[in-house]
Design a protein around this ligand. Structure first.
Ligand SMILES: [Fe+2]
Length: 668
């Protein structure tokens, strides 16, 4: 014979609806829901974890204490109706919450969680004091406070929760545990405490944000501490003044187009309005783009200034993204940006930064699909449509959909010829399809549209690749000497192009020793504190070409002890082999270079960059095979290369010859 299951409510001896309601809506259950939700709003999934830890001290331990008291006859039931036992329970709760609060502070929980817990502590003390003279309803105080703080945090959709509070109040009176006055008193005190707590934690600006939410004014509202505007793409931005929003829009557009001066515009935006939180986060992004330890430190400092700032939903997503980036977790950064895009698919800043990070991560599928997911939100008449086409075009190109990539890039350029990212996407199409002459023609004709861009050196580099493949070595060398290296930039963005082109010129037999020595001297201060393996790989090329093999050993050694999760993972998967393989090649050890590089190609994408950039691995392998006298390997590598790109045959033969190989060896 089987028994009917014993339900918890039945087990608790609940016979009436009022008893059941009191049981289900007791303080513990409110806290179990409320605190993790507060944590989630402060710090996503990690915040939920902090909330659950707080719940353990604020709800679970007190419940165990009350149950223990019932079992030992210290009080009659879980509601602890008698005044003296009630004070004992409140004292225990105070102690438990205090211990939990100290632990959360020591462990670094978000300020909203610790602050809320601190306020809970104060509220318990106030309730205990009132209980000495009057039996105020703690059930109703906790319930009302929970609904109030959730409504302040998440918006007015939470307000119907007060119906549950009213139901709970009815049950407490119906059960004769409290008078109507005690129930109403609890409700008022709980809600008031929540408002005071939120004001204390979030500041006046936080309450202003809530006021905007409650009054449903998407364009403007609140006080001078902060209003919600819609940017030119229709996405919310919090600011004190619309002029600052306009400056930020221009700064974001500069980044999307790779034009103008995003740094100066971002500075102008926050100078115009220091409360422009997204402007500050954007400044942090720009520091992080430098992929240097100094950039990370500067970004961290900017974000620290925002620690206690209560922000809108969009700003909060970006804040999480920037913090993850500072922590060296680039995958987590992209996840936060994708959350931002789910909320606001026309968040051009989130889309652009996400694609750049997918590029750094070598994640070719997301390079394309992050843009694909938001395309329907960007109709042609929408401002910014062209930038999104260009972003998508580059993703398509990296996934070998050259026809659609070209079509999207050309459409974007018809829209705005100065969209440098779209110029670049089209340059990649020419490179990958082996249309080098068309590439030279295109970049020459369009140069006036992009040569003033801070990204221009990279486009010149692309033109250098065309010339090398066409066997026009002198043209490539002239590009190195003038637009690419004349300014002797020490930005990694430019340094990797210079190193890469110089390395290729060396593979083709050009004596570049003096240029390499100058480049190595220029970048000597950039290594030693690795942030991004792609950079250090290119530093190894420069130092190797300059004959500074001892420095290359230092670069390799520095990359063996990384802590930032993303860079460490990339180094372990492929980076170390690349560093050592290129070092060996530069040190005149082609056999060793082949051993290290031959198997790396399927996983080399882990270090980031584009197919065109990583093509230097294939070129280096062909040269190493020729130098090592491994004719069979040289022939196999050239054959596969020509199968992919028939126009590459002449340059491949030139490469083999420049490294001591014979053309006969390439015959089958
Ligand atoms: Fe490129």
């Amino acid at each position: 014979m089987t028994r009917a299951p014993v339900l918890p409510a039945a087990a608790a001896g609940l016979r009436s609806p009022a008893q059941l309601i009191s049981y289900l809506l007791e303080p513990k259950n409110w806290l179990i829901v409320t605190v993790p939700l507060i944590g989630a709003h402060a710090d996503g999934l990690a915040g939920v974890g902090w909330g659950l830890l707080a719940v353990f001290f604020a709800a679970v331990l007190p419940t165990l204490f009350i149950s223990h008291g019932i079992r030992h006859g210290r009080w009659a039931d879980r509601n602890v109706g008698a005044r003296r036992p009630r004070l004992i329970v409140l004292a225990f709760i105070t102690a438990s919450v205090t211990v939990g609060l100290i632990l959360l502070i020591v462990l670094g929980a978000p300020v909203m969680v610790t602050g809320y817990l601190a306020f809970m502590l104060t509220s318990v003390a106030v309730l205990a004091a009132i209980t000495i003279v009057w039996k105020i309803s703690i059930h109703c105080a906790v319930a009302s406070g929970s609904v109030a703080i959730l409504a302040l945090t998440y918006g007015p959709l939470v307000l119907p929760g007060f119906l549950l509070v009213a139901l709970l109040g009815w049950s407490r009176v119906s059960l004769k545990d409290h008078t109507t006055a005690q129930v109403v008193g609890g409700m008022v005190l709980g809600a008031l405490a929540a408002v005071i707590a939120y004001a204390a934690l979030a500041g006046t600006a936080g309450l202003c944000i809530c006021w905007v939410r409650f009054t449903c004014q998407p364009q403007a509202g609140g006080s001078e501490m902060g209003k919600e505007f819609a940017d030119r793409w229709g996405v919310p931005v919090r600011a004190a003044h619309p002029d600052a929003v306009t400056l930020l829009e221009e700064a974001i557009e500069d980044l999307a187009a790779l034009a103008g001066d995003p740094v100066a515009r971002a500075e102008a935006a926050v100078t115009a309005d220091d409360t422009l939180v997204l402007g500050h986060i954007y400044r942090a992004y720009l520091q992080l783009y430098a992929t240097t330890a100094d950039g990370v430190a500067a970004a961290s400092e900017i974000l620290k200034q925002l620690d206690k700032t209560v922000m809108g939903e969009r700003e909060a997503h970006h804040m999480r993204a920037a913090r993850h980036w500072v922590d060296g977790d680039w995958e987590a950064t992209t996840r936060s940006l994708e959350r931002a895009l789910l909320c606001h698919p026309r968040d051009l800043l989130a889309l652009k930064v996400a694609q750049d990070l997918y590029f750094f991560l070598g994640n070719r599928l997301e390079l394309r699909d992050s843009a694909a997911r938001v395309l329907p939100a960007w109709p042609r008449e929408q401002p910014g449509w062209g930038y999104v086409q260009g972003i998508y075009a580059f993703g398509l190109e990296e996934n070998a959909d050259y026809r659609q990539a070209e079509s999207r890039a050309r459409a974007a350029l018809d829209h705005n010829p100065r969209d440098v990212w779209s110029v670049h996407a089209l340059a990649h199409v020419f490179e990958m399809e082996g249309s080098q002459r068309d590439g030279v023609t295109f970049l020459t004709a369009s140069a006036s549209d992009w040569s003033a861009s801070y990204f221009a050196i990279h486009n010149w580099w692309h033109r250098g690749l065309y010339h090398l493949e066409l066997g026009e070595i002198d043209e490539a060398l002239a590009l190195y000497d003038n637009p690419i290296r004349a300014g002797r930039s020490t930005e990694w963005l430019d340094v990797v192009d210079a190193s890469s082109l110089l390395w290729r010129l060396s593979l083709f037999g050009v004596d570049i020793t003096e240029r390499a020595e100058q480049l190595a001297a220029d970048i000597s201060g950039l290594v030693g504190n690795p942030v991004y393996i792609f950079n250090d790989w290119h530093a190894v090329m420069a130092f190797g070409l300059a004959g500074d093999h001892a420095r290359n050993e230092l670069v390799v050694a520095a990359n063996r002890h990384l802590t930032a999760p993303t860079n460490r993972g990339a180094v372990e998967r492929a980076g170390l082999d690349l560093l050592e393989g290129f070092s060996a090649s530069a040190a005149g050890r082609p056999d060793r270079a082949i051993d290290l590089l031959i198997d790396i190609r399927p996983r080399a994408h882990a270090v980031g960059g584009s197919h065109a950039q990583r093509d230097v691995i294939d070129l280096t392998l062909i040269a190493a095979a020729a130098r090592a006298g491994d004719d069979a390997l040289a022939r196999a590598l050239v054959t596969e290369r020509v199968a992919r790109k028939p126009s590459a045959e002449a340059a491949a033969r030139l490469l083999v010859a420049a490294n001591g190989g014979s053309s006969d060896a390439l015959r089958w």
